[in-house]
Design a binder for this molecule. Structure first.
Ligand code: TXE
Length: 475
């Protein structure tokens, strides 16, 4: 059993003070430009110290055994629940996402859910051979020290995706959050460390150089990375020197294909949230939608209705369901891609002009029709509140278009005949294909990409195997 800890319910101010450093980096709310807080940024020498401490404590953590580690993870989930509201407020202020809808409160809830799910998983030894020739068993052990580098879109949840299975298997973890969202991840770790033994989980905020110091460190045995394909490739190059194991969850450009028997009105809400969850800043959001000519006008009309009824604004306003882009870099990408679509003669159904009345990086939900499949808005990842709708006359052509890019994270098929949908799903090149939904993840179901979207699975028993080393015992 993990030692009894009286869980503290932190309020927002307490959380902020715990990670505050007035001489550090000023973090601003992307919805308002107001300062959220200042925080220390780490250095390469902080990585050195953290990896050493993680290395020292790792055998002790592994030695505790599976049941005790599961117990710690369950208690860590309780700690997240106890401070959930303060965590959600900080996340909303720093990341920009609204409290409600599939946003800040949802993300904090997912953190607790993933911790509990991992506590419940057990990677038991497998008996491979047991006959007159002998017996062979496959056991799994911790890899050692896991270095985890994360992005700014779902900063808390993705950190949990990395740390929960790692700790469950007996690894220790050093996290390097995105420089855009250092407060959220530090606050989360502060809350978790009420429960966890010292140095089992550490966080070093910093920029890409600090990230590179972690991912190229010879004493880091496994790197888990979620971010851009360019950075994923850079990490893979340096990993070669130490044969560091890798899980890379990189960008995507997920296609959705609507079949002719779909009911546009019935699927409009789910289509919308499949594309616009977290204001489109989601790795496995639907980023291009293929629509049969027979349903094209109706799908456009129904999606516009949902878009225009969904409030966007400052995250702390309880009514809002969509927020700003998290940073200027991403805002500029969205502006450029919508402009490219307009320049090509594509038709803007709603949105299409940068928001100028609000202080933050707001871009209105933008639906783009009559767009060619080779337009940059279709071929590049927009990672924002914009969806191109591409008309097709021939389903085989739509499948080719969907598979035509060098990424393959998620995809989806929408229609009334489940068997027909599954047949099309089987032809799509992606780590996951959803039917009549998009982007729904589950801690029990493995998730990962193919092609330039990366490799390695997260979640479930498969996820545990990725942060373990196999050990065959044969007699
Ligand atoms: O990613 P980066 P950015 C996509 C999205 C977006 C683009 C760029 O299309 O427009 O990526 O986003 C750290 N060694 N996604 O600039 O640069 C960095 O400090 C080690 C999809 O945020 O890859 C940060 O913590 N680490 C994605 C993290 O890598 C390094 C989510 C990600 O930064 C490093 C986010 C290095 N050499 C963006 N350089 C998804 N799959 O969900 C940087 N970092």
């Amino acid at each position: 059993m993990a030692p009894e800890t009286t869980l503290i319910t932190h309020n927002y101010q307490e959380l902020l003070e715990a990670i505050h450093d007035s001489s550090g980096l000023e973090v601003k709310n992307p919805a308002t430009g107001e300062v959220v807080g200042s925080t220390r940024m780490g250095s390469v020498s902080d990585i050195e110290a953290a990896v050493q401490a993680a290395r020292t404590v790792q055998p002790v953590w592994e030695e505790l055994g599976s049941d005790q580690r599961a117990d710690y993870l369950s208690k860590a989930a309780d700690a997240v629940d106890a401070s959930a509201e303060a965590l959600a407020e900080l996340l909303s202020r720093e990341q920009g996402k609204p409290l409600n809808g599939p946003n800040a409160r949802f993300e904090v809830g997912a953190c607790a859910a993933w911790l509990r799910a991992n506590a419940g998983f057990e990677l038991a030894p497998e008996v491979l051979v047991d006959d007159e020739s002998g017996r062979a068993e496959l056991h799994y052990k911790a890899v050692g020290v896991v270095g985890a580098v994360g992005p700014w879109n779902w900063p808390m949840m993705i950190s949990i995706w990395q740390l929960a299975p790692s700790l469950r298997m007996g690894n220790t973890v050093v996290l390097k959050p995105s420089e855009y969202t250092p407060l959220s991840v530090q606050a989360l770790v502060y809350v978790l460390n009420q429960v966890l033994p010292a140095d089992v989980l550490q966080v070093v905020p910093g920029d890409g150089k600090v990230g590179a110091a972690l991912t190229s460190h010879p004493d880091v045995d496994k790197v888990m990375f979620t971010g851009s394909t360019v950075t994923g490739k850079a990490i893979m190059r340096t990993a070669a020197d130490n044969l560091t194991r890798l899980t890379l969850e990189l960008g995507g450009n997920d296609a959705g294909i609507i079949l002719e028997d779909a009911d546009p009105k019935a699927i409009a809400q789910d289509l919308f949230w499949g594309a616009f969850i977290n204001t489109g800043q989601t790795c496995a959001a639907m980023k291009r939608l293929y629509v049969p000519a027979s349903l094209y006008d109706q799908v456009c009309e129904e999606l516009v209705k949902v878009a225009e009824a969904t409030p966007m604004g400052i995250g702390l306003n309880e009514d809002n369901l969509l927020g700003p882009l998290q940073n200027k870099q991403q805002y500029d990408i969205v502006v450029r891609l919508v402009q490219a679509a307009k320049d090509s003669g594509a038709r803007i159904l709603t949105g299409g002009e940068p928001e100028t009345e609000q202080a933050g990086y707001f871009y209105p939900v933008t639906l783009v029709a009559d767009i060619d499949n080779d337009n940059p808005l279709v071929t590049e990842e927009q990672f924002g509140p914009v969806l191109p709708l591409i008309k097709y006359n021939d389903l085989e052509q739509a499948i080719q278009w969907a598979n035509g890019l060098d990424v393959g994270l998620g995809s989806s098929v929408w229609g009334n005949d489940l068997e027909a949908c599954k047949k099309i799903a089987a032809k799509l090149e992606a780590g996951t294909t959803w039917v009549n939904k998009h982007g729904a993840v589950d801690p029990r179901v493995p998730f990962g990409g193919i092609k330039s979207s990366g490799f390695g699975l997260e979640f479930g028993i498969e996820g545990l195997k990725q942060v373990a080393v196999p050990h065959v015992i044969s007699y």
